[in-house]
Ligand binder design. Sequence first.
Ligand code: HSE
Length: 385
Amino acid sequence: MKIGLLGFGVVGTGVYDIIVSGTTPELSDIEVKRIISLVVPEGFEHLVTKDINDIVNDDEIELVVEAMGGLHPAYEFVMACIEKGKHVVSSNKHLVSNYFVELHEAAVKNGVQLRFTPSTGGGIPWLSSLKRARRSDEIEELWGIVNGTTNFILDSMLKENTDFDVALREAQRLGYAEADPSADIDGLDTQRKCIISANLAFDAIVKEESVPVFGIRNITHDDVEYFTNNGMVCKLFANAGRNEDGSIYAYVAPVLLDKSSLEAGVDSNYNSITYVGKFVGRSTYMGQGAGKFPTGNSVVQDILDTMFDDATLKREYNSVEVNNSLNLHKYYVRTMGKLEAFLDIVEKEEGNSRYITKPVSIACIKALSEELYKDCPQSFFAQIK
Ligand code: HSE
């Protein structure tokens, strides 16, 4: 199959290198015919173009890999390719989470396959497994670590006593972080992956604005020390599931886990994601959530699945009511903010501006956090599991 590569950065070059590596006979059935790239690396002059029409109008190219990142022009390029009957594999979580239903409907209308396994969990076959699960099962809930950068930071702060900023710079140097790392540390990257997973799991169209997010930007050494002294480990989690009334919950927050729990042991930049199926029960996937070859390999798997015609699910995705008021948890809050409504939900004061709340919903704590941040922008919030 002849393919076009849209983007030749970390993921695009990983895809190319794997395809030409000759590691398996299957790989030799894939040929990269054209590459869209703003820079032209030496030796690639015959493949690289800056004009998307060179790919859109090339009838020999049956599939495009979108690894450009960002919303525009990635969306326009992908849509133009779908409308020309080309299959699409995308590693771009921003694009897939924002335009999930538009892309799905366009793919169905034009009879092409749309795959995006690498967009969530990098090298882990998380979305492809979730999709397989959905062929026969109902998903009740899902949760886990889907951002390598924040896991790397939290792990370094815990084990190496590293400062937040130093750990972030190291994650950037290793190529884990987004171009703008606030997407990682403020939880937006996790939010996008939470939305994609929830959409697939619940046949849903979950909108960004209905998914509350807490990040880890404000976590301090003292917080980490307090967690360790209390037998807990902090991880940033994507959470989604079905409420008893049929509505969906979906949110992103740091969670405080017992140090003996499975996810507490997930180190470095690894991801670990779990779903619970009605029939299959709990199923956990762990591995490299980012990086050139892990993510590149996931793209290549999606290309091979398309060639072997493992078809897209026949699904209608529907707008859903997202209700984040029904699940109650205790929260760890460190804040100098003063707010009567907050003190009403405090169960215990732990000294040094630390509080443990009574069980409350993420919607409640999100609303209070917005007020507390006004008084104290350094406030930190984490759910206690
Ligand atoms: N910045 C992302 C992460 C890259 O750290 O997980 C992979 O999506």
